[in-house]
Design a protein around this ligand. Structure first.
Ligand SMILES: [Zn+2]
Length: 209
C-alpha cells in the first residue's frame, strides 16, 4: 500500500477518465502494478471503458496496456462483449453504499465466478501474485471478474468500507476506487464535480438563469 506513483497511489487524488487512465509508470514497478490498489484502479478503468457505446478491442487493450499488461493483448469483439457482461456484474460492488452490501456482492461473485486461490509469476515474467481464475490462459471475462473480485476483496478487508463508488453525477456512469484518508469523494473526476457544482448553483433560487 505504498505505491509511490501510478494511478492507485493511496495519496493520489485519482481522477479516472474512462479511456485514458494514467499509465502505471516505469517498467521497474512490477510489484506495484500487481498490488491490490492498482488492480482495483484497473478494474474501475475497465468497467468504465466497457460501459462506453460500442467499445473497440483496441480501446480496451489500451487500458490493459496503460495498467502494465506486458504480454501482447489480443482481444476479439467476442472477448469485449463477454467482458462487458463481466463489467456489469462488477458494477454491483461499486454501487453498494455500505461495506456490508459490497461484501455481499463480492461474496456472490466469488462464489459464482472465481476458482481456488493460486499463485503465479506468469512464467517468471512478473512477481508472485495471487489469481482466482482457473489458469493463466483463462478467457478475458473470467480473468476480469476473478482479478477484480480479488483486489476489491483485499480493499474491503483492509479498509472495512466499500472499495469504490459510482459517480454521483446523474449524467455519468463512471465508477472509481475510494481509498486513503480524507474527505470522501462523490464524483469520478474533477470535471464531474465542477459540472454538478455549477448545476446546483444554477438551480438555487435567485441563481443565474
Ligand atoms: Zn463522473
Amino acid at each position: 500500500m505504498t505505491a509511490a506513483h501510478g494511478p492507485a497511489g493511496p495519496d493520489t487524488p485519482a481522477t479516472p477518465a474512462p479511456a485514458t487512465p494514467a499509465p502505471v509508470g516505469r517498467a521497474g514497478d512490477w510489484v506495484t502494478r500487481h498490488s491490490a490498489p492498482t488492480t482495483a484502479a484497473r478494474t474501475a478503468a475497465l468497467v468504465n471503458v466497457l460501459a462506453q457505446d460500442d467499445p473497440t478491442p483496441e480501446a480496451v487493450a489500451a487500458v490493459l496496456r496503460a495498467y502494465g499488461e506486458a504480454h501482447p493483448v489480443e482481444l476479439t469483439e467476442r472477448d469485449v462483449a463477454r467482458m462487458r457482461t463481466a463489467a456489469d456484474l462488477l458494477r454491483e460492488v461499486f454501487a453498494a453504499e455500505h461495506v456490508d452490501g459490497a461484501a455481499a456482492a463480492l461474496d456472490r461473485l466469488l462464489r459464482e465466478h472465481a476458482g481456488p486461490l493460486r499463485l503465479t509469476t506468469h512464467g517468471g515474467t512478473g512477481p508472485w501474485h495471487p489469481h482466482l481464475d482457473r489458469d493463466d490462459d483463462a478467457p478475458w471475462d473470467e480473468w476480469l471478474l476473478a482479478s477484480s473480485c480479488l483486489a476489491l476483496t483485499v480493499l474491503v478487508w483492509n479498509h472495512q468500507r466499500p472499495p469504490g463508488r459510482t459517480c454521483a453525477s446523474p449524467t455519468c456512469r463512471n465508477v472509481f476506487v475510494t481509498q486513503g484518508p480524507g474527505p470522501e469523494r462523490r464524483y469520478c473526476s474533477r470535471r464531474c464535480a465542477t459540472r454538478e457544482r455549477v448545476a446546483a448553483h444554477r438551480r438555487r433560487p435567485g441563481g443565474p438563469a
